[in-house]
Design a protein around this ligand. Structure first.
Ligand code: SF4
Length: 329
């Protein structure tokens, strides 16, 4: 699966699509060549504008509902890490109806968990979520802990997820720096097309400095800045005409200079990759009632299929039996 900001090239290697300056704006390269110097806007004003926009534009998502649970928020954050909202929402609803709490998921057969994960991609996330459910059940009496250190100690929970659960489930101050927020900050404050290919320490420090001290305001800033990146300041085609900080945005005011790291933003295409092969095997195992023989998996490259099967067994996403492969029991 490709990041939404990537598109396949004809030669089979995905090139990150260069962000396009909105229609009717000045040519990026010409503006950049004139070396326009833009003073970064006031972070407080940016926060205020983005907060007001969020109050009227926020999507009505089930993991934001007043009756949301910390577990529901945690599940949503894991699912959303590499999959868009539109694909996550139906799976999340089904998942939460079936396993409303950590103890329910911990008790479920792993094969059922992987089947319910379906085509969300990166199925190791499903295993980690079940490991996390086990840990919450055993260490925290079935309740998602509200301390950052306890959250970070859970399997599969990193800085982003711990921060998101702290802010969105418990309404407390936390740094929540995902791809969308990084892009908004890079454009609005730094005047560049996209952030550095790898998150930097300086970036985290700057994001931390931007978080309001008040818990409720901090949680709102986290949700609002993320939503702006998801809906308006998108990777490929930012809709600056709808943006609440358009008149402040350093990238726009500088004339949309091109992405200086474009050459480094390359990734492997999906078609013909090991990942596609693994996905094909997982789909076959999910659909089967019994063991799937190797010969029953439709894939043109036998060596690649063997590699995928071995990798899935090693990752505990499949088991080999005398009659073929099955989902872990
Ligand atoms: S004006 Fe808004 S949407 Fe356009 S690049 Fe700047 S922050 Fe993004």
């Amino acid at each position: 699966m490709l990041h939404p900001g990537y598109e396949p090239s004809r030669r089979g290697v995905a090139r990150r699509a260069a962000p396009r300056a909105p229609h009717g704006t000045r040519c990026a390269s010409r503006a950049a060549s004139r070396r326009i110097v833009v003073v970064p806007p006031s972070p407080a004003l940016v926060r205020e504008r983005v907060g007001a926009w969020f109050a009227r534009a926020a999507r009505d998502l089930p993991w934001r509902a007043p009756d949301r649970t910390p577990w529901g928020v945690l599940v949503s954050e894991v699912m959303l890490q590499q999959t868009p909202v539109v694909r996550v929402e139906p799976v999340w609803r089904e998942w939460m109806a079936r396993w409303p709490g950590p103890a329910d998921l911990a008790a479920a057969p792993t094969a059922d968990v992987l089947r319910a994960w379906g085509r969300l991609g990166y199925p190791r996330r499903a295993l980690r979520l079940q490991d996390c459910a086990h840990a919450i059940t055993e260490r925290h009496d079935g309740q998602v802990p509200d301390g950052l250190d306890e959250l970070l100690a859970l399997p599969g929970v990193g800085a982003y997820t711990a921060g998101a659960v702290t802010a969105f489930a418990f309404g407390r101050r936390a740094v929540v720096l995902d791809t969308n927020v990084r892009r908004v900050l890079a454009r609005a404050l730094d005047g560049v097309a996209l952030p550095h290919p790898h998150q930097t320490v300086a970036e985290v420090r700057r994001a931390e400095a931007l978080v309001p001290q008040d818990d409720a305001e901090a949680a709102e800033w986290a949700a609002a800045s993320m939503e702006l990146g998801a809906l308006v300041c998108t990777a490929r085609s930012p809709r600056c005409g709808e943006c609440p900080v358009a008149d402040l945005c350093a990238w726009r005011l500088a004339g949309f200079p091109a992405d200086e790291h474009a050459a480094r933003r390359r990734t492997q295409a999906w078609a013909g990759t090991d990942r596609q092969c693994r996905g094909r095997v997982m789909a076959a195992l999910r659909a089967a009632d019994g063991p799937v023989p190797r010969a029953g998996i439709d894939w043109p490259d036998p060596a690649q299929l063997d590699r995928a099967l071995a990798g899935l067994v090693e990752d505990h996403l499949a088991e080999q039996t005398p009659d073929g492969y099955v989902l872990p029991r």
